[in-house]
Design a protein around this ligand. Structure first.
Ligand code: GLN
Length: 476
């Protein structure tokens, strides 16, 4: 793949025999490899798997079979999502040599639909971060401005779509890791309703918050990919039984009479240019016939604190499994079993992961459980209630994704508190488990992309896509 082809263009090209899936995959791989030095967005290229899958698609087409909605589409997968036989590191030294014995359900589904996985994308270690600078394999550079971060933690998955080396990609979002990098790189990024996409084979960070979701160049392609990977999965007990609608059928370009809420709390910390671009986007939708209502989500102020208590608590428990006994990496410098645990973890986890394990262990400890963990659970319920109340009077909510555009590499890396604040507008939707997405809404005077965030009620992805697509049609 060279440049930005849409799923529709790829399908048309395959059907008219302009190119084969194998030719496309070969081209995509060589293009991706040739530009990777610039951005470090891929950690690995899966040549054999990609070519085998592309040949299968070509065979299906030759035999007149229906090869699926993602036939021949070059896809990249965040390296926290398991791929059988293809190394999956989670951006961590502790999994540097880990080769999974099975595929994530999302991966199985996207390949059954004809998608061609060309590689695994770089990310913050165990998806903890907002800038991709916490990867053990070096940071990703933003293809829009190489001295800037792509956002995180799915920075690699956003960057590969922005640079046009993959048509679409999969990321994961726990507190904003799809929307924020999508906003920073100028692509579409979708966090579906919690439970909409199976988490089977997604390496756990904070299980009650983890989601898999798509990145794409446009809303239609993101909706196509979500439809393929969504739906109940018996292998994930939190996956929802709700049927998956035809998202593409909702893309009619019509937002007349749609009630859009604008929460005043979401503009307090945004920089002038970011707020300005988001306000202009809201005005565009108003002129298109949407009704704009100012609303309030009063618990927003507590969201970052709540998120960092709950996500670190869950992470400290989930990451206990990396003990030197399982998953290949073991410290060679230990005389006793407990030294082996300590050394394996001490030598192979990065600073941010250690910080979160310590914080999580602390908030779960006997003396502090009630004061922190239990309190945070209660505030999470209040944040969810804010949204439930809001959706009684509006159909969707519009907000910035992040208070600022992509920042310079190194700018916030020594100030975890500043870094955590980049998530101020995304963690709320994650805590409530509602679908939310970022759609590009313009560039700052420095040419940096800014995303408009659209949030809807549980399982209302169709409406969210309709609004995003209508907006995209006007501004593109
Ligand atoms: N940036 C947030 C964090 O560091 C969100 C991460 C994510 O969504 N995976 O935890």
């Amino acid at each position: 793949m060279n440049g930005h082809m849409t799923i529709g263009e790829i399908q048309a090209g395959l059907r008219s025999r302009e190119f084969s899936a194998k030719e496309l995959a070969t081209k995509a791989l060589s293009h991706a490899e040739s530009v990777n030095e610039e951005t470090n967005a891929y950690l690995l290229f899966s040549h054999a798997r990609a070519l085998e899958q592309a040949e299968l698609v070509d065979l299906q087409i030759a035999e007149g079979k229906e090869p699926g909605p993602l036939a021949g589409v070059p896809v990249a997968v965040k390296d926290v999502i398991l791929t059988k036989g293809v190394r999956t590191t989670c951006g961590s030294k502790i999994l540097e040599r880990f080769v999974p014995p099975y595929d994530a359900t999302a991966v199985t589904r996207l390949e059954s639909a004809g998608g061609v996985i060309i590689g695994k994308t770089n990310c913050d270690e165990f998806a903890m971060g907002s800038s991709n600078e916490n990867s053990a394999f070096g940071p990703v550079r933003n293809p829009v401005a190489l001295d800037r971060v792509p956002g995180g933690s799915s920075g690699g998955s956003a960057a590969v779509v922005a640079q046009g080396t993959a048509c679409v990609s999969l990321g994961s979002d726990t507190g904003g890791s799809i929307r924020q990098p999508a906003s920073f790189c100028g692509v579409v990024g979708v966090t579906p309703t919690y439970g909409r996409v199976s988490r089977y084979g997604l390496v756990a960070f904070a299980s009650s918050l983890d989601h898999i979701g798509p990145f794409a160049h446009n809303v239609r392609d993101a909706a196509t990919l979500l439809r393929v990977i969504a739906g109940h999965d018996a292998l994930d007990s939190t996956s929802a039984a709700a049927p998956v609608p035809d998202y593409l059928a909702a893309l009619d370009g019509n937002v007349r009479g749609v009630k859009l809420g604008v929460p005043k709390e979401y503009f307090k910390d945004a920089t002038g240019e970011t707020a300005g671009l988001v306000e202009r986007a809201i005005e565009v939708l108003r002129l298109e016939g949407a009704e704009i209502h100012e609303i309030s989500l009063p618990s927003t102020d507590y969201a970052v604190d709540t998120y960092y208590v709950l996500s670190t608590a869950e992470a400290s428990s989930n990451l206990a499994r990396y003990d030197g006994v399982r998953y290949t990496t073991r410290s060679p410098h230990s005389d006793t079993l407990s030294d082996m645990y300590r050394n394996t973890r001490g030598e192979n986890f990065g600073a941010e992961v250690k910080r979160r394990i310590m914080l999580g262990t602390y908030v779960l400890s006997h003396g502090y459980y009630d004061a922190y963990y239990l309190k945070a659970q209660k505030v999470r319920a209040l944040i969810t209630r804010d949204f439930t109340d809001a959706f009684r009077s509006v159909d969707a909510i519009l907000a910035p994704v992040s208070p600022f555009p992509a920042f310079k590499l190194g700018e916030k890396v020594n100030d975890p508190m500043q870094m955590y604040l980049s998530d101020i507008y995304t963690v709320t939707g994650s805590l409530a488990g509602i679908p939310c997405m970022s759609v590009p809404c313009g560039l700052t005077t420095d040419g940096l992309p800014v995303g408009l965030q659209i949030l809807c009620n549980h399982f209302d992805e169709s409406r969210m896509f309709r609004i995003a697509d209508a907006f995209e049609r006007i501004v593109k």
